[in-house]
Write a protein that binds this ligand. Structure first.
Ligand SMILES: Cc1cc2nc3c(=O)[nH]c(=O)nc-3n(C[C@H](O)[C@H](O)[C@H](O)COP(=O)(O)OP(=O)(O)OC[C@H]3O[C@@H](n4cnc5c(N)ncnc54)[C@H](O)[C@@H]3O)c2cc1C
Length: 360
Protein backbone atom coordinates (compact mmCIF):
# COMPACT_ATOMS: atom_id res chain seq x y z
CA UNK A 1 0.00 0.00 0.00
CA UNK A 2 1.41 3.44 -0.82
CA UNK A 3 2.15 5.85 1.99
CA UNK A 4 -0.32 8.65 2.75
CA UNK A 5 0.82 12.28 2.84
CA UNK A 6 -1.51 15.03 4.09
CA UNK A 7 -0.52 18.57 3.11
CA UNK A 8 -2.17 21.43 4.99
CA UNK A 9 -2.39 24.62 2.93
CA UNK A 10 -2.24 24.96 -0.83
CA UNK A 11 -0.06 28.05 -1.21
CA UNK A 12 3.20 28.02 -3.19
CA UNK A 13 4.69 25.34 -0.98
CA UNK A 14 1.68 23.06 -0.51
CA UNK A 15 0.29 23.18 -4.05
CA UNK A 16 3.56 22.46 -5.81
CA UNK A 17 4.52 19.78 -3.30
CA UNK A 18 1.17 18.01 -3.74
CA UNK A 19 1.55 18.01 -7.51
CA UNK A 20 5.13 16.75 -7.34
CA UNK A 21 4.32 13.90 -4.95
CA UNK A 22 0.97 12.70 -6.32
CA UNK A 23 2.62 9.91 -8.32
CA UNK A 24 4.84 8.84 -5.44
CA UNK A 25 2.35 8.60 -2.58
CA UNK A 26 -1.31 8.90 -1.70
CA UNK A 27 -1.52 12.70 -1.47
CA UNK A 28 -4.32 14.76 0.09
CA UNK A 29 -4.07 18.54 -0.04
CA UNK A 30 -6.37 20.37 2.37
CA UNK A 31 -6.91 24.04 1.52
CA UNK A 32 -9.54 26.30 3.03
CA UNK A 33 -9.91 28.62 0.00
CA UNK A 34 -11.58 27.91 -3.34
CA UNK A 35 -8.75 29.70 -5.19
CA UNK A 36 -4.99 29.98 -4.94
CA UNK A 37 -3.84 33.58 -4.44
CA UNK A 38 -0.88 34.42 -6.67
CA UNK A 39 0.59 37.16 -4.48
CA UNK A 40 3.16 38.58 -6.96
CA UNK A 41 0.23 39.80 -9.09
CA UNK A 42 -1.88 41.08 -6.19
CA UNK A 43 0.06 44.35 -5.90
CA UNK A 44 -0.53 45.34 -9.53
CA UNK A 45 -4.10 44.01 -9.24
CA UNK A 46 -4.87 46.83 -6.80
CA UNK A 47 -3.96 49.35 -9.48
CA UNK A 48 -5.32 47.37 -12.46
CA UNK A 49 -8.11 45.16 -11.01
CA UNK A 50 -8.67 43.35 -14.32
CA UNK A 51 -5.59 41.33 -13.32
CA UNK A 52 -7.46 39.79 -10.40
CA UNK A 53 -9.11 37.06 -12.46
CA UNK A 54 -5.66 35.84 -13.46
CA UNK A 55 -4.21 36.15 -9.97
CA UNK A 56 -6.92 33.99 -8.35
CA UNK A 57 -6.63 30.43 -9.65
CA UNK A 58 -9.07 27.57 -8.90
CA UNK A 59 -7.68 24.33 -7.45
CA UNK A 60 -9.84 21.96 -9.45
CA UNK A 61 -7.27 21.09 -12.15
CA UNK A 62 -4.15 21.02 -9.96
CA UNK A 63 -4.01 17.29 -9.22
CA UNK A 64 -4.71 14.36 -11.49
CA UNK A 65 -4.08 11.61 -8.92
CA UNK A 66 -4.13 13.20 -5.49
CA UNK A 67 -7.17 14.77 -3.84
CA UNK A 68 -7.83 18.40 -2.91
CA UNK A 69 -10.27 18.87 -0.02
CA UNK A 70 -11.60 22.38 0.49
CA UNK A 71 -11.73 22.64 4.29
CA UNK A 72 -10.06 24.26 7.25
CA UNK A 73 -7.74 22.09 9.28
CA UNK A 74 -8.14 22.54 13.04
CA UNK A 75 -5.75 19.90 14.38
CA UNK A 76 -2.49 18.17 13.47
CA UNK A 77 -1.18 15.00 15.12
CA UNK A 78 1.12 12.10 14.34
CA UNK A 79 -1.68 10.13 12.64
CA UNK A 80 -3.03 12.85 10.35
CA UNK A 81 -5.18 15.96 10.58
CA UNK A 82 -8.65 16.93 11.80
CA UNK A 83 -10.90 19.18 9.76
CA UNK A 84 -13.20 21.86 11.11
CA UNK A 85 -16.29 19.69 10.53
CA UNK A 86 -14.75 16.84 12.53
CA UNK A 87 -13.65 14.71 9.56
CA UNK A 88 -10.22 13.05 9.74
CA UNK A 89 -7.58 12.72 7.06
CA UNK A 90 -5.33 9.92 8.26
CA UNK A 91 -1.73 10.09 7.06
CA UNK A 92 1.71 8.61 7.53
CA UNK A 93 3.31 12.02 6.99
CA UNK A 94 1.88 15.51 7.50
CA UNK A 95 3.28 18.67 5.92
CA UNK A 96 2.07 21.97 7.36
CA UNK A 97 2.25 24.79 4.80
CA UNK A 98 -0.23 27.29 6.24
CA UNK A 99 1.79 30.32 5.12
CA UNK A 100 1.18 33.86 6.28
CA UNK A 101 -1.19 36.82 6.30
CA UNK A 102 -0.34 40.29 5.10
CA UNK A 103 -2.15 43.54 4.43
CA UNK A 104 -5.58 43.96 2.85
CA UNK A 105 -6.31 43.63 -0.07
CA UNK A 106 -3.29 41.47 -0.96
CA UNK A 107 -4.20 38.37 1.06
CA UNK A 108 -7.51 36.82 2.18
CA UNK A 109 -6.26 36.94 5.81
CA UNK A 110 -8.65 34.20 6.90
CA UNK A 111 -11.62 35.51 4.90
CA UNK A 112 -12.91 33.94 1.71
CA UNK A 113 -12.07 34.76 -1.90
CA UNK A 114 -15.34 36.71 -2.34
CA UNK A 115 -14.25 39.04 0.47
CA UNK A 116 -10.80 39.42 -1.09
CA UNK A 117 -12.42 40.40 -4.40
CA UNK A 118 -14.70 42.89 -2.62
CA UNK A 119 -11.73 44.36 -0.74
CA UNK A 120 -9.76 44.73 -3.97
CA UNK A 121 -12.69 46.62 -5.55
CA UNK A 122 -13.24 48.78 -2.45
CA UNK A 123 -9.60 49.80 -2.02
CA UNK A 124 -9.16 50.30 -5.79
CA UNK A 125 -12.15 52.69 -5.62
CA UNK A 126 -10.51 54.59 -2.74
CA UNK A 127 -7.21 54.70 -4.65
CA UNK A 128 -8.88 56.11 -7.77
CA UNK A 129 -10.47 58.91 -5.74
CA UNK A 130 -7.36 59.69 -3.69
CA UNK A 131 -5.02 62.49 -4.70
CA UNK A 132 -2.49 61.74 -1.96
CA UNK A 133 -1.38 58.21 -1.06
CA UNK A 134 0.97 57.28 1.81
CA UNK A 135 2.47 53.81 1.91
CA UNK A 136 3.82 52.77 5.30
CA UNK A 137 6.58 50.17 5.02
CA UNK A 138 9.17 50.03 2.27
CA UNK A 139 9.79 46.31 2.12
CA UNK A 140 9.13 44.45 -1.12
CA UNK A 141 5.35 44.97 -1.06
CA UNK A 142 5.52 48.68 -0.17
CA UNK A 143 8.28 49.53 -2.66
CA UNK A 144 6.60 47.62 -5.50
CA UNK A 145 3.24 49.20 -4.69
CA UNK A 146 4.72 52.70 -4.84
CA UNK A 147 6.26 51.85 -8.23
CA UNK A 148 3.02 50.35 -9.59
CA UNK A 149 0.93 53.37 -8.56
CA UNK A 150 3.53 55.76 -9.95
CA UNK A 151 3.51 53.87 -13.27
CA UNK A 152 -0.23 53.36 -13.77
CA UNK A 153 -1.52 56.47 -11.95
CA UNK A 154 1.23 59.09 -12.39
CA UNK A 155 -1.17 61.88 -11.35
CA UNK A 156 -1.19 60.66 -7.70
CA UNK A 157 1.10 62.11 -5.05
CA UNK A 158 2.71 59.01 -3.56
CA UNK A 159 4.79 59.04 -0.36
CA UNK A 160 6.70 55.96 0.76
CA UNK A 161 7.66 55.87 4.44
CA UNK A 162 10.28 53.58 5.93
CA UNK A 163 11.74 53.31 9.42
CA UNK A 164 15.08 52.23 7.95
CA UNK A 165 17.47 54.97 6.74
CA UNK A 166 17.95 53.22 3.39
CA UNK A 167 15.94 50.77 1.28
CA UNK A 168 16.73 47.07 1.81
CA UNK A 169 19.63 47.80 4.22
CA UNK A 170 20.41 44.08 4.61
CA UNK A 171 20.96 43.56 0.89
CA UNK A 172 23.85 44.76 -1.33
CA UNK A 173 23.82 48.57 -1.48
CA UNK A 174 23.22 48.76 -5.25
CA UNK A 175 19.74 47.28 -4.81
CA UNK A 176 18.47 49.95 -2.43
CA UNK A 177 20.30 52.78 -4.19
CA UNK A 178 18.95 51.84 -7.59
CA UNK A 179 15.41 51.46 -6.27
CA UNK A 180 15.56 54.79 -4.48
CA UNK A 181 16.73 56.58 -7.62
CA UNK A 182 13.98 54.97 -9.73
CA UNK A 183 11.22 55.71 -7.23
CA UNK A 184 12.36 59.33 -6.94
CA UNK A 185 12.54 59.63 -10.73
CA UNK A 186 8.91 58.41 -10.78
CA UNK A 187 8.02 61.30 -8.40
CA UNK A 188 7.53 59.16 -5.31
CA UNK A 189 8.31 61.21 -2.18
CA UNK A 190 10.61 59.16 0.05
CA UNK A 191 10.60 59.46 3.85
CA UNK A 192 13.44 57.25 5.02
CA UNK A 193 14.51 56.79 8.64
CA UNK A 194 11.06 57.93 9.75
CA UNK A 195 8.92 55.86 12.11
CA UNK A 196 5.16 56.35 12.11
CA UNK A 197 4.00 56.93 15.67
CA UNK A 198 0.24 56.71 15.28
CA UNK A 199 -0.61 53.99 12.75
CA UNK A 200 -4.35 53.37 13.29
CA UNK A 201 -4.55 50.08 11.40
CA UNK A 202 -1.72 47.62 10.89
CA UNK A 203 -3.12 45.92 7.81
CA UNK A 204 -6.10 47.85 6.39
CA UNK A 205 -6.06 51.10 4.36
CA UNK A 206 -7.61 54.28 5.77
CA UNK A 207 -7.48 58.08 5.42
CA UNK A 208 -5.78 60.37 7.95
CA UNK A 209 -2.64 62.06 9.20
CA UNK A 210 0.52 60.17 10.09
CA UNK A 211 2.82 61.56 12.78
CA UNK A 212 6.44 60.69 12.11
CA UNK A 213 9.11 60.54 14.81
CA UNK A 214 11.04 63.13 12.84
CA UNK A 215 8.39 65.67 13.87
CA UNK A 216 6.84 65.74 10.40
CA UNK A 217 3.23 64.92 9.63
CA UNK A 218 1.93 63.33 6.42
CA UNK A 219 -1.75 63.70 5.56
CA UNK A 220 -3.11 61.36 2.91
CA UNK A 221 -6.46 60.51 1.34
CA UNK A 222 -5.33 56.90 1.43
CA UNK A 223 -2.81 55.40 3.87
CA UNK A 224 -1.79 51.86 2.96
CA UNK A 225 0.05 50.01 5.75
CA UNK A 226 2.27 47.21 4.45
CA UNK A 227 4.48 46.40 7.38
CA UNK A 228 5.18 42.73 6.73
CA UNK A 229 3.84 39.20 6.84
CA UNK A 230 2.74 37.26 9.94
CA UNK A 231 2.83 33.50 9.87
CA UNK A 232 -0.38 31.49 10.22
CA UNK A 233 1.00 29.11 12.81
CA UNK A 234 -1.94 28.51 15.17
CA UNK A 235 -2.11 24.81 14.24
CA UNK A 236 1.42 24.19 15.49
CA UNK A 237 1.90 26.66 18.35
CA UNK A 238 0.67 24.43 21.19
CA UNK A 239 2.21 21.17 20.03
CA UNK A 240 4.98 19.49 22.00
CA UNK A 241 8.51 20.62 21.21
CA UNK A 242 7.49 23.76 19.33
CA UNK A 243 9.68 26.87 19.50
CA UNK A 244 8.35 30.18 18.19
CA UNK A 245 10.47 32.68 16.31
CA UNK A 246 9.73 36.19 14.95
CA UNK A 247 6.54 37.05 13.01
CA UNK A 248 4.76 34.08 14.66
CA UNK A 249 6.85 31.60 12.71
CA UNK A 250 7.73 28.17 14.07
CA UNK A 251 11.34 27.06 14.27
CA UNK A 252 12.12 23.95 12.24
CA UNK A 253 14.92 21.51 12.84
CA UNK A 254 17.35 20.87 9.97
CA UNK A 255 14.96 18.30 8.48
CA UNK A 256 12.03 20.74 8.46
CA UNK A 257 10.37 19.32 11.54
CA UNK A 258 8.66 21.85 13.82
CA UNK A 259 7.44 19.57 16.64
CA UNK A 260 8.54 16.53 18.63
CA UNK A 261 6.65 14.36 16.09
CA UNK A 262 9.14 12.80 13.63
CA UNK A 263 6.61 12.53 10.77
CA UNK A 264 5.27 16.12 10.84
CA UNK A 265 7.05 18.67 8.63
CA UNK A 266 6.58 22.38 7.98
CA UNK A 267 7.59 24.43 4.95
CA UNK A 268 7.22 27.92 3.52
CA UNK A 269 6.32 31.09 5.41
CA UNK A 270 5.00 29.30 8.51
CA UNK A 271 8.37 27.70 9.23
CA UNK A 272 11.60 29.40 10.18
CA UNK A 273 14.54 27.43 8.87
CA UNK A 274 16.77 30.41 8.19
CA UNK A 275 15.09 31.65 4.99
CA UNK A 276 12.90 34.71 4.44
CA UNK A 277 9.12 34.56 3.92
CA UNK A 278 9.28 34.41 0.14
CA UNK A 279 8.49 32.24 -2.86
CA UNK A 280 12.20 32.43 -3.58
CA UNK A 281 12.82 30.65 -0.27
CA UNK A 282 10.22 28.02 -1.16
CA UNK A 283 11.89 27.47 -4.52
CA UNK A 284 14.92 26.25 -2.58
CA UNK A 285 13.04 24.38 0.16
CA UNK A 286 10.74 22.35 -2.09
CA UNK A 287 13.33 20.37 -4.07
CA UNK A 288 14.88 19.29 -0.75
CA UNK A 289 11.52 18.42 0.83
CA UNK A 290 10.31 16.50 -2.25
CA UNK A 291 13.52 14.50 -2.36
CA UNK A 292 13.42 13.78 1.39
CA UNK A 293 9.76 12.67 1.33
CA UNK A 294 10.32 10.45 -1.69
CA UNK A 295 13.26 8.82 0.11
CA UNK A 296 11.26 8.42 3.30
CA UNK A 297 8.16 6.90 1.67
CA UNK A 298 10.61 4.55 -0.03
CA UNK A 299 11.81 3.36 3.40
CA UNK A 300 14.75 5.70 4.25
CA UNK A 301 15.14 7.36 7.64
CA UNK A 302 14.68 11.14 7.76
CA UNK A 303 18.04 11.64 9.50
CA UNK A 304 19.82 9.73 6.74
CA UNK A 305 18.91 12.52 4.32
CA UNK A 306 21.40 15.41 4.20
CA UNK A 307 19.93 18.31 6.22
CA UNK A 308 18.43 21.34 4.46
CA UNK A 309 20.63 24.44 4.07
CA UNK A 310 18.91 27.81 3.67
CA UNK A 311 19.82 30.45 1.07
CA UNK A 312 22.97 32.38 1.91
CA UNK A 313 22.24 35.18 -0.59
CA UNK A 314 18.63 34.88 -1.66
CA UNK A 315 17.70 36.74 -4.84
CA UNK A 316 14.92 39.35 -4.88
CA UNK A 317 13.10 40.90 -7.85
CA UNK A 318 11.38 44.24 -7.43
CA UNK A 319 9.42 45.53 -10.41
CA UNK A 320 8.21 49.13 -10.33
CA UNK A 321 5.46 48.68 -12.89
CA UNK A 322 5.84 46.53 -16.01
CA UNK A 323 8.88 48.38 -17.42
CA UNK A 324 11.24 49.27 -14.61
CA UNK A 325 12.66 47.79 -11.44
CA UNK A 326 15.74 46.63 -9.61
CA UNK A 327 16.78 43.14 -8.57
CA UNK A 328 19.47 41.28 -6.72
CA UNK A 329 20.18 37.98 -8.46
CA UNK A 330 22.54 36.41 -5.87
CA UNK A 331 25.70 37.24 -7.85
CA UNK A 332 24.90 40.73 -9.13
CA UNK A 333 22.37 43.54 -9.07
CA UNK A 334 20.20 43.88 -12.17
CA UNK A 335 18.21 46.84 -13.48
CA UNK A 336 15.16 47.44 -15.62
CA UNK A 337 15.80 44.91 -18.37
CA UNK A 338 16.26 41.72 -16.33
CA UNK A 339 13.66 42.73 -13.75
CA UNK A 340 11.14 43.28 -16.55
CA UNK A 341 11.97 40.07 -18.42
CA UNK A 342 12.09 37.80 -15.38
CA UNK A 343 9.17 39.26 -13.41
CA UNK A 344 7.81 42.71 -14.22
CA UNK A 345 6.14 41.86 -17.53
CA UNK A 346 4.28 38.69 -16.58
CA UNK A 347 4.54 38.55 -12.76
CA UNK A 348 5.09 34.76 -13.03
CA UNK A 349 1.46 34.31 -14.11
CA UNK A 350 2.31 31.99 -17.01
CA UNK A 351 4.43 29.74 -14.79
CA UNK A 352 1.83 29.60 -12.03
CA UNK A 353 -1.06 28.84 -14.40
CA UNK A 354 1.04 26.03 -15.85
CA UNK A 355 1.43 24.58 -12.35
CA UNK A 356 -2.35 24.69 -11.87
CA UNK A 357 -3.08 23.37 -15.41
CA UNK A 358 -5.13 26.50 -16.16
CA UNK A 359 -4.86 29.20 -18.83
CA UNK A 360 -3.51 32.67 -17.98
C1 LIG B 1 1.46 41.13 -1.91
C2 LIG B 1 2.55 40.11 -1.83
C3 LIG B 1 3.40 39.92 -2.90
C4 LIG B 1 4.42 38.97 -2.84
N1 LIG B 1 5.26 38.83 -3.90
C5 LIG B 1 6.29 37.97 -3.81
C6 LIG B 1 7.22 37.83 -4.90
O1 LIG B 1 7.06 38.47 -5.92
N2 LIG B 1 8.24 36.96 -4.76
C7 LIG B 1 8.44 36.22 -3.62
O2 LIG B 1 9.42 35.46 -3.53
N3 LIG B 1 7.57 36.32 -2.57
C8 LIG B 1 6.50 37.16 -2.64
N4 LIG B 1 5.63 37.26 -1.61
C9 LIG B 1 5.73 36.32 -0.49
C10 LIG B 1 4.98 35.03 -0.85
O3 LIG B 1 3.64 35.34 -1.16
C11 LIG B 1 5.00 34.03 0.29
O4 LIG B 1 6.35 33.75 0.63
C12 LIG B 1 4.30 32.75 -0.13
O5 LIG B 1 2.95 33.00 -0.40
C13 LIG B 1 4.39 31.71 0.97
O6 LIG B 1 3.85 30.53 0.48
P1 LIG B 1 3.31 29.42 1.48
O7 LIG B 1 2.92 28.25 0.63
O8 LIG B 1 4.24 29.22 2.59
O9 LIG B 1 2.00 30.08 2.11
P2 LIG B 1 0.76 30.84 1.49
O10 LIG B 1 0.99 31.26 0.11
O11 LIG B 1 0.41 31.86 2.53
O12 LIG B 1 -0.34 29.72 1.48
C14 LIG B 1 -0.81 29.13 2.66
C15 LIG B 1 -2.14 28.47 2.33
O13 LIG B 1 -2.58 27.75 3.47
C16 LIG B 1 -3.98 27.91 3.61
N5 LIG B 1 -4.32 27.66 5.01
C17 LIG B 1 -3.89 28.36 6.10
N6 LIG B 1 -4.38 27.80 7.22
C18 LIG B 1 -5.14 26.75 6.83
C19 LIG B 1 -5.90 25.79 7.54
N7 LIG B 1 -5.97 25.78 8.89
N8 LIG B 1 -6.57 24.84 6.84
C20 LIG B 1 -6.50 24.81 5.47
N9 LIG B 1 -5.79 25.70 4.75
C21 LIG B 1 -5.10 26.65 5.44
C22 LIG B 1 -4.24 29.34 3.16
O14 LIG B 1 -5.58 29.51 2.78
C23 LIG B 1 -3.25 29.49 2.01
O15 LIG B 1 -3.83 29.18 0.77
C24 LIG B 1 4.59 38.21 -1.65
C25 LIG B 1 3.72 38.40 -0.57
C26 LIG B 1 2.71 39.33 -0.64
C27 LIG B 1 1.78 39.51 0.52
Amino acid sequence: MSKRIAIVGGGYAGAELAKALQDKADVTLIEQQSHFVHTPAMIRALVTPELLDQALIPYDKLLTRGEVIQARVTGVDGDGVTLEDGRRVDADYVVVATGSDNATPFRPNGNGIATLRAENARVHGLLKQAQTVAIVGAGAVGSELAGEIAHFMPEKDVTLISATPSLFPDMPKALGKGLLAKLQAANVTMKLGARVENLEHLSAPYAGTLQLDTGEAVTADLIIPVIGSRAVSGLLQDLQGVKMSGEQRIKNDQWMRPTAMPNVFAVGDVADIGDGMTIVAISRQLPWLKKMLIAVVGGAKVEDVKPYKPWSKAPILLPLGPQKGQSFLSLFTAGDFLTRVIKGKDLFLTKTHKLFNTKS
